[in-house]
Design a protein around this ligand. Structure first.
Ligand SMILES: Cc1ncc(COP(=O)(O)O)c(C=O)c1O
Length: 511
């Protein structure tokens, strides 16, 4: 380390400490970014901070080869040196545009694209076929046709089977006849319809909140709500397994974002104890039912912690609404938490409610504030009549016909207990219709997926980067429209093929 470089390295270390803000962790130049609690998104935040600090343009990402803080400092020193040599210093003249390399303006040469293409080729090599974007034809009886081949479908989250329910389809058709296919405007100006108000009132009534607001997409609901309520100087602490939409909302907000270990309220408590006082608002974001692991949070504990630290709590009920709780009202009902104890109840209309869209339910002030100011609501078209009507009818059926929920529970329990009894690893899944079957190795996971498809069972392989490589899994969504026989058949085939997949030799390894 030269005399010139030493201060730069110390400055980089200081910036990493700032981005990390993990209490009680002593960081040195030899610490890794992972030890500093900086994940792939944290790396992008650090990149932006370093660019601002050193007035240089750094590469698009801090690649995985940069493991330690020292590695990052070395890369920054390199870039600073190069810019000083070129005399450009971030302010190149217009004539320098001739020197812009093709990777910076030809999309086909963007490093992100070339790396995606490499990943896709690797997937094909490992599994022999691509599990993504497979065109399916939906058939009755929880079946789909794929490449002319009929399969039992365990890959879709139509938990209550309402997406194929004729009364839901009829409601959507009536809405099109009455309101047209689009409301053709933001609701704030020309797009408001009585159907929107009916849907929101029903959601609020069902959930026991003062009001609710419907958005056109579940993902956009989280992004725009979190991005809008929080800002620089605020703190968001989210479960390490939180959905991408929560993380994207945090990034948009500019708030300090930290992940706490999955389902670990004690870790959250410790983080809030050391960090809360440094920030204006603090938001805790968790899910009602985690869609990769099928486990649930200890909601009363999270409520107690958020209250004590004067933080806000968002619970994403994408997979728990219509699934958990005696009458399907979600994790709050299951844990006997009063609706007013959670600040933001977020949910999607695309799972149990068989439609498309999302909602935020909570206090009147929150909903009215979002309704008049959240960019993803104000500057976006109102939810389509067909989607609003489908969700509304699904909600009515959920309330009127509790047998669907009972069947869902019976099928989920049966799948889980059969799988456990036959020795399959279901991880931390708890009495839920999301059942992960842990496989471990991604290549084996893909082979097992293919073998199941060949035997008429469709489940989703979950591979890196969605989960760490060592916890690659096949995920089964059990629904109320699976028959008891389909569940038994699926587990039995799964057990047979799981055993075989351990013995199979990889084509690549054999050659
Ligand atoms: C936890 C969670 N939140 C939000 C979303 C986004 O919802 P949508 O797919 O309805 O946009 C999903 C989607 O799977 C999800 O699992």
């Amino acid at each position: 380390v030269t005399a010139v470089q030493a201060p730069l390295r110390e400055q980089v270390l200081a910036e990493v400490r700032h981005v990390s803000r993990l209490p009680g962790i002593r960081l040195s130049l030899d610490s890794t970014l992972a030890e500093a609690g900086i994940d792939s998104l944290g790396r992008m935040e650090l990149l932006a901070v370093l660019e601002g600090r050193f007035h240089v343009r750094l590469p698009e990402s801090l690649g995985p080869e940069l493991q330690t803080i020292n590695d990052v400092a070395g890369a920054v020193a390199d870039y600073v040196g190069r810019q000083q040599t070129s005399g450009c210093n971030g302010h190149c003249s217009e004539t320098d545009a001739n020197d812009v390399p093709a990777e910076q303006y030809e999309i086909a040469r963007f490093p992100e694209w070339t790396s995606l293409r490499r990943d896709a080729q690797r997937l094909e090599l490992l599994g022999g076929s691509n599990p993504y974007f497979q065109v399916q034809e939906v058939l009755p009886g929880r079946r789909v046709r794929l490449d002319g081949h009929e399969l039992i479908d365990f890959a879709s989250y139509d938990y209550l089977g309402l997406a194929a329910e004729p009364r839901v389809a009829a409601a959507a058709k009536r809405a099109i006849d009455r309101y047209g296919t689009s409301v053709s405007g933001s609701r704030l100006v020309s797009g408001e319809r009585s159907l929107h108000q009916e849907l929101e009132q029903s959601l609020a009534h069902w959930l026991g909140t003062q009001e609710a607001l419907a958005f056109v997409s579940g993902h956009a609901t989280n992004v725009t709500t979190i991005g809008h309520l929080l800002g620089p100087g605020d703190l968001v602490l989210h479960d390490a397994l939180a959905h991408n939409s929560i993380v994207q909302g945090c990034r948009l907000s500019g708030a300090r974002r930290l992940a706490f270990p999955h389902n670990d309220p004690d870790a959250l408590d410790r983080l809030l104890t050391s960090l809360r006082r440094h920030y204006r608002r603090a938001l805790v974001a968790i899910e009602g039912l985690y869609s990769m692991d099928g486990d649930v949070p200890d909601l009363p504990r999270f409520v107690e912690i958020k209250r004590r630290h004067k933080a806000l709590l968002l619970v994403d009920e994408a997979h728990s609404l219509g699934v958990l709780g005696k009458s399907g009202r979600g994790i709050g009902e299951q844990c006997d938490v009063a609706p007013g104890d959670v600040d933001l109840w977020m949910g999607t209309l695309s799972k149990a409610l068989a439609s498309c869209g999302g909602y935020i339910a909570g206090r009147r002030e929150l909903v009215q504030y979002l309704k008049y100011t959240a960019p993803g609501f104000v500057y976006s078209v109102g939810i389509s009549p067909a989607n609003a009507a489908a969700a509304l009818e699904a909600l009515r059926l959920l309330e009127a016909e509790p047998r669907r929920l009972q069947t869902l529970r019976e099928r989920a329990r049966s799948f889980l207990s059969l799988a456990e009894r036959r020795g399959l690893d279901v991880g931390s899944c708890e009495d839920a219709p999301v059942v992960p079957i842990r496989v471990g190795d991604p290549a084996r996971c893909l082979r097992l997926w293919r073998a199941l498809v060949d035997r008429g069972i469709l489940a989703q392989p979950i591979l890196p980067p969605a989960v760490p490589a060592a916890s690659s899994r096949l995920r089964f969504f059990v629904t109320a429209t699976h028959s008891a026989q389909q569940v038994r058949e699926a587990v039995s085939i799964l057990v047979e093929e799981f055993g075989k997949s351990a013995r199979d030799i990889l084509p690549a390894a054999a050659s």
